[in-house]
Ligand binder design. Structure first.
Ligand code: PAF
Length: 296
């Protein structure tokens, strides 16, 4: 595994692998503090690609002024061990000055999809994500890029960017990885106290319960499912709901409150963002109500 820190070294390393016939090239962009979710992305990339590139970069331009950019957890030594174990060929770890040598004046803005859910709570966040991912795509020119569905809105936004701008890369969404008790893996879980960690299980529980309620016909409309999600989450005293929404996926269009979910064509997403103390966690479930109803 080669560790590179400059764009020039990165291009040279990827070019060498391509020249040696080690394609296709897969990119796994991350902000480090790697966990099993990231490992699953590396493994998927390894199954599909001859060369796996992982980037580790805590991207300042996707954090708001009062967010946790400085405090975001970092552990390069541990990250490199995991990357090597999971088969990365090239790891790119640039300094902020390497990615942004001067004030950035060009940004990629995906409209509409970025105005809801996390886009509403974190203004400018997705502009930072699309801009840094576009830069990484230009540097690596990967054939495939791997992203976890815990950030399902990020996946939808990046797919839109790639389609709109004819970028020559295929986005590969990968399933959410959970702890045995249901908590979705996140680098931010490390911030949780023992009590917050326990109460945070309400996220996955509320999604499972809402899904069963749709399956069993106990909740039929968007309003009913949203209310069920909110009342389950509110049973945890430490939970402070940012949003609990039901939208179409991947378009992220809202549905009328009294709209019968089984009449939706295609997939929907139940998406949650909830604060426990100073930690904001997200989780979601994507499913096709028609298929769920047909099982009953
Ligand atoms: O999902 C993340 O970790 C980040 O948003 C990403 C895609 C690496 C861009 O900084």
């Amino acid at each position: 595994m080669r560790v590179v820190r400059t764009v020039e070294q990165l291009r040279e390393a990827v070019g060498f692998m391509r020249g040696a016939g080690q394609g296709p090239v897969g990119l796994v962009p991350t902000m480090g503090y790697l966990h099993d979710g990231h490992a699953s992305l590396l493994r998927r990339a390894g199954e599909m690609c001859g060369t796996v590139v992982m980037s580790i970069f805590v991207n300042p331009i996707q954090f708001g002024p009062n967010e946790d950019f400085e405090a975001y957890p970092r552990d390069e030594r541990r990250d490199l061990e995991l990357a090597e174990r999971e088969g990365a060929d090239i790891v790119f770890i640039p300094a902020v000055e390497e990615m942004y040598p001067r004030e950035i004046r060009s940004k990629i803005v995906v409209s509409s999809l970025t105005t809801r859910l996390c886009g509403a709570s974190r203004p400018g966040h997705f502009d930072g994500v699309t801009t840094v991912v576009a830069k990484l795509f230009n540097m690596v020119q990967p054939d495939y890029a791997y992203f976890g569905l815990k950030d399902a809105q990020q996946v939808a936004v990046l797919r839109q960017m790639v389609d709109d701008l004819n970028m020559n890369v295929k986005i590969v969404p990968c399933p959410i990885v959970r702890e045995a008790d249901g908590l979705a893996l996140s680098s931010r879980n490390v911030y949780l106290s023992a009590e917050e960690r326990l109460q945070a299980l309400v996220l996955s529980r509320s999604l499972r319960e809402a899904h069963s309620a749709v399956e069993e016909g106990r909740a039929a409309t968007t309003d009913e499912v949203r209310e069920l999600l909110k009342s389950t989450i509110s049973s945890s005293p430490l939970a402070d709901i940012d949003y609990a929404e039901i939208l179409t996926f991947p378009q992220l269009e809202p549905l009328e409150g009294n709209f019968p979910l089984v009449e939706t064509d295609g997939e929907i997403i139940m998406a949650l963002a909830v604060r426990f103390g100073r930690t904001r966690l997200i989780d979601n479930m994507i499913f096709t109500p028609k298929e769920v109803a047909a099982l009953v």
